[in-house]
Ligand binder design. Structure first.
Ligand code: SF4
Length: 155
């Protein structure tokens, strides 16, 4: 079976691209390597932000870092870049990091820098979905493994 490509938040693959220079490695991703070729993306770094960088949160339609700097343009550019990668490589699915202002799928921080969460999507998630990409989070990996196993056994 030819593997499809899938976008994956680079920090979930162990890349130290988080705001604090760390990663969010998720070992369960290895089980998906049988079905997919991973295409790592970090929209914040690609949108021009450095590692490390100040943490930032979504406030209404903007992204503001903890020092009050408006970094919306970087987040927007990163989201546009991610869609262009998906289009160039004909990618239809992504696994992104929950709670991030770029990559969050169901939850994001509340914009108050107090650790609180609200329902919402990151900038990149929103844009990928707008262009028809199916976006899952790391919490959906077990369900995706089951889905792929079921497809395989139905062949
Ligand atoms: S932008 Fe996405 S890939 Fe980059 S560090 Fe944040 S959550 Fe990870």
């Amino acid at each position: 079976m030819k593997k499809q490509r899938i976008l994956v938040s680079a920090c979930l693959l162990g890349e130290n691209c988080r705001y604090d220079g760390k990663n969010n490695l998720v070992k369960e991703l290895k089980s998906l390597a049988k079905y997919f070729d991973f295409v790592p993306i970090c929209p914040e770094v690609n949108g021009g932000l450095k590692i490390p960088r100040n943490p930032a949160e979504i406030q209404e339609d903007s992204v503001i870092d903890c020092k009050g700097r408006d970094v919306t343009e970087n987040y927007f550019d990163g989201a546009v870049w991610a869609v262009s990668i998906a289009n160039q490589l004909n990618i239809k699915i992504a696994i992104l990091k929950e709670k991030s202002p770029s990559c969050g799928v169901r939850k994001i921080h509340n914009g108050k820098f107090d650790g609180g969460l609200i329902d919402g999507e990151g900038f990149t998630t929103k844009r990928l979905k707008k262009y028809g990409i199916r976006v899952l989070s790391e919490e959906d990996i077990p369900a995706l493994i089951e889905e792929m196993e079921a497809k395989e056994s139905a062949r």
